[in-house]
Design a protein around this ligand. Structure first.
Ligand code: NAD
Ligand code: UD1
Length: 334
């Protein structure tokens, strides 16, 4: 089975490429390298022994994308490509709407032309908006209380995919709503590139540990949680990647939606302590004001994915911290 990964040199796409190749899938990648590096292909090759065919193409360039599809027949597409920096999306909303929605529309049109009818889409827990402290199921309300354009693009794309499936009964789409991906491949050869402008907790912890950022700001310790800091459902990126493999094996008619999370919530202070334990170093931090739009506790009910995809997370926060530190060591050597 041949699968095209858009955004496949990025953080989640590269880990998914590894898991797919390890299970015998034929993987090709298209990416404009806006937020990833070509050297990621070296990492994938070193881990798997296979270097995926790579197209340096912007998905906004529909003609070039059409050429990619004219070259080979794909059985399915995994659509990871997109911009994801929440803060930047507030400053540059049009860039986010244009890139995330424009790429998806181009891709759907080109897929239709080349009769490729299966897609897995990278959505986010952000579509659940401002629901706080409840275990989120796939049936929980979406679209209300989304605080930024990035989140809106995920919600809008989900709707575009549902409408596309209604119009074309041959189209099969699985929407995966990721909770908070963390960690790296156990080899340390691929991981989250600490070069992007981080606003998520783990990339900031990484930069504090290397000294690039002096102190971690803990955004509030007065939430209604056991230690007062925000709690999230952190999922190891390799578990997340395996979720894609299970999803592709279970594709079916129409639209399927799955939460990919652990079902457990971990606080910011617990994440700091876990990193310190794994690294043996203390992490400088200070308590600051809450970040606007933040919620106290966001976590998944992953039962549907467990039941239907036969997928369950296996890796822990301690594994994620160990693998992140290992990746940082490799990264620093380069
Ligand atoms: P990433 O930035 O590491 O990877 C995305 C890739 O898409 C990058 O390599 C980038 O160069 C590429 N890309 C962006 N615009 C493109 C375009 N116009 N043409 C071609 N390539 C383009 O991000 P990631 O963390 O791997 O996320 C993958 C997907 O998962 C994204 O859609 C993201 O929104 C979604 N997601 C991520 C998280 C997270 O916390 N990392 C959480 C929920 C959902
Ligand atoms: C954020 C986005 C969400 C997006 C998700 C994945 C906001 C309000 N939400 O979610 O839309 O889908 O990233 O990209 O931006 N924290 C600190 N200090 C920091 C950074 C984070 O204390 O420097 C805390 C946060 O307050 C939160 C937790 O760490 O409690 C996780 O934050 P983050 O990694 O940004 O993820 P989300 O808030 O879940």
């Amino acid at each position: 089975m041949k699968i095209l990964l858009t955004g496949g040199t990025g953080y989640i796409g590269s880990h998914t490429a590894v898991e797919l190749i390890n299970r015998g899938y034929d993987v090709e990648i298209v990416d404009n390298l806006f937020n990833s590096k070509i050297t990621v292909l070296d990492g994938i090759e070193e881990i798997t022994g296979v270097r995926p065919k790579f197209y340096h193409v912007d998905l906004l360039d529909k003609n070039k994308l059409d050429e990619v599809f004219a070259n080979s027949h794909y059985d399915a597409v995994m659509h990871f490509a997109g911009l994801k920096a929440v803060g930047e999306s507030v400053e540059k909303p049009l860039l986010y709407y244009y890139n995330n929605i424009g790429t998806t529309i181009n891709l759907l049109e080109v897929m239709k032309k080349h009769k490729v009818n299966k897609m897995i889409f990278s959505s986010s827990a952000t579509v659940y908006g401002d629901q706080d402290g409840v275990k989120l199921t796939e049936d929980s309300q979406t679209g209300v209380g989304i605080t930024n354009p990035y989140g809106q693009t995920k919600y809008m794309i989900e709707q575009i995919l549902k409408d596309t499936a209604t119009a074309n009964p041959d189209f099969e789409v699985t929407i995966l709503r990721y909770f908070n991906p963390v960690g790296a491949h156990a080899s340390g050869l691929i991981g989250e590139d600490p070069n992007d402008i981080p606003n998520n907790l783990m990339p900031i912890i990484m930069k504090v540990s290397t000294g690039e950022i002096p102190t971690l700001s803990v955004y509030g310790n007065d939430y209604n949680t056991p230690d007062g800091t925000g709690m999230r459902d952190y999922i190891h990126v390799v578990d997340l990647a395996c979720g894609h493999v299970m999803a592709i094996e279970k594709m079916g008619p129409g639209v399927q939606i799955y939460n990919l999370g652990t079902g457990e919530a971990t606080s910011v202070m617990e994440m700091i302590r876990a990193f310190e334990k794994a690294s043996g170093k203390s992490l400088p931090y200070k308590i600051t004001a809450r970040r606007p739009g933040d919620l106290a506790k966001v976590f998944a009910d992953p039962t549907k994915a467990e039941m239907e995809l036969k997928w369950k997370t296996k890796l822990t926060i301690a594994d994620a911290m160990r693998d992140t530190i290992n990746y940082l060591k490799h990264y620093e050597k380069k």
